[in-house]
Design a protein around this ligand. Structure first.
Ligand SMILES: Nc1ncnc2c1ncn2[C@@H]1O[C@H](COP(=O)(O)OP(=O)(O)OP(=O)(O)O)[C@@H](O)[C@H]1O
Length: 372
């Protein structure tokens, strides 16, 4: 798939913008703080209804304005699909094919993107929260059911935490409500974990050979899910439910003392191993970077395998940071099959042949012009 056109209104430093793109490499060139990342972010937000940089949607609205609007037309195998997202202080409204969607979970997934930005190194180095966000966003792109389950999970988790807080303060003896909430919590939690296992399994299958290629055959990459309740990938859901029930039985007093839910998908993590060692702890900067790159390239293949089309690739400020070998590995992977956006302050670090075949756009103070 590829994005044919993008139009912005009051989006960050863009008052008004309309651009058309071709299905190839598009280079967005400009000095610092001109609006390169903002364009990439707007494409990402159009697809995911969420930014990769902030969870506060209001930041996306141009200062002193009431709303921001992103519109785009995506060319898929058989059709051209118009998408629209309006972000106001009251919330978000999404339209697909001009029809307003009641739920964002029905909207997300119609346009697929993979973003690779400098902060993606945090995928390896950062906190478990960063990795959970990654896994949730990525599964959400290919599974609307997962997005639905996640929003259910968040609601039940909040209610359960609220109730545990009440028990903590009031020292009530009647715990019937806690039992009901725990049962509901477990039912959704195991579905989420099973889906995460499945996704990581697929991701690892693609990432392994890619990582081997980038490391010139020297390194193996493994990706493992680390659940906070000891469940196994091959377990049936009913067995996972039993593990959870046992765990919650054991930690009930502690949970009431603390007034919060101590176990579940919101406390899980994933681990990356290179040659059998945890990259977060033992990996060099280069190995961590290669791991993040392998994971991103694997996502491209995974989405193609699941959806039947390649996603749009957004490379924000990373291409010129990669050494020649990694850059050419990346460019060979996407060659001719993935619409790619690249931001850079200078074309010097970018492969000549790629530049020759690419469309280039110059950005200056929120205005973009195609360079002939
Ligand atoms: N909500 C907003 N309203 C108006 N302007 C904004 C808003 N949010 C950010 N900006 C402005 O957008 C500009 C930053 O744009 P962006 O992050 O896209 O820069 P960039 O070209 O990618 O720069 P760099 O090369 O430094 O990464 C800054 O000048 C910033 O002040």
């Amino acid at each position: 798939m590829y994005i044919e056109s993008l139009s912005l209104k009051n989006y960050r430093n863009y008052e008004e913008l309309f651009i058309e793109f071709e299905n190839k490499v598009n280079v967005i060139l400009g000095e610092n703080a001109q609006g390169k990342t903002n364009v990439m972010e707007s494409i990402y937000v159009l697809a995911m209804a969420k930014s990769h940089r902030t969870s506060n949607d209001k930041e996306l609205i141009r200062w002193d304005e009431e709303y921001a609007k992103i519109e785009g037309r995506v060319q898929k195998q058989y059709s051209s699909l118009p998408l629209q997202l309006v972000i106001s202080k009251k919330g978000k409204k999404a339209r697909l094919n001009h029809i307003e969607q009641q739920k964002l979970s029905q909207y997300v997934g119609n346009m697929n993107v993979v973003m690779f930005a400098p902060e993606d190194l945090n995928l390896v180095k950062g906190s478990p929260q960063v990795r959970r966000r990654f896994i949730d966003m990525e599964i959400g792109q290919i599974s609307p059911i997962y997005l639905h389950d996640m929003s259910q999970y968040q609601k039940i988790l909040q209610q359960r935490n609220h109730y545990l807080k009440m028990l903590q303060i009031k020292k009530q003896t009647d715990q019937t409500m806690l039992e009901i909430l725990t049962e509901q919590f477990i039912q959704v939690a195991v579905k989420i974990i099973a889906k995460r296992f499945e996704f990581l399994h697929l991701l690892a299958k693609w990432a392994g050979p890619i990582h081997k290629g980038i490391s010139r055959g020297l390194e193996t990459l493994e990706i493992n899910y680390k659940p906070s309740v000891e469940v196994l990938e091959e377990q049936e859901l009913s067995k996972m439910v039993t593990c959870f029930e046992e765990k919650f039985g054991k930690v009930k007093t502690r949970e009431i003392e603390r007034g919060t839910t101590l176990f579940g998908p919101h406390r899980d993590d994933l681990l990356f191993f290179v040659n059998g060692r945890d990259v977060q702890t033992f990996g060099s900067q280069g190995q961590q970077r290669t791991t993040a790159l392998s994971v991103k390239l694997a996502e491209i293949e995974l989405i193609q395998a699941e959806i039947g089309e390649y996603p749009i690739l957004l490379l924000d400020d990373v291409l010129s940071e990669l050494d020649d070998y990694r850059q050419s590995h990346l460019l060979n992977t996407i060659q001719g099959k993935v619409q790619t956006f690249v931001t850079t302050t200078s074309v010097d670090g970018i492969d000549h042949q790629t530049l020759k075949e690419a469309s280039t756009f110059q950005v200056s103070s929120g205005i973009i012009q195609k360079v002939d």
